[in-house]
Design a protein around this ligand. Sequence first.
Ligand SMILES: [Zn+2]
Length: 48
Amino acid sequence: MKCYRCSGVMVYEKFFGIAEEFFGWRCIFCGEIVDNVILENRHEQRKR
Ligand SMILES: [Zn+2]
């Protein structure tokens, strides 16, 4: 998994959201966070 912003290395981590815990990818260089919901939304947008 590569960061779409800086092409850095991303690590799979557990995050604590407002209501629930979730897993997602975090860039160790720029701190960008991508979770499954974000990835799905991006995929949906690409289809349209
Ligand atoms: Zn990055």
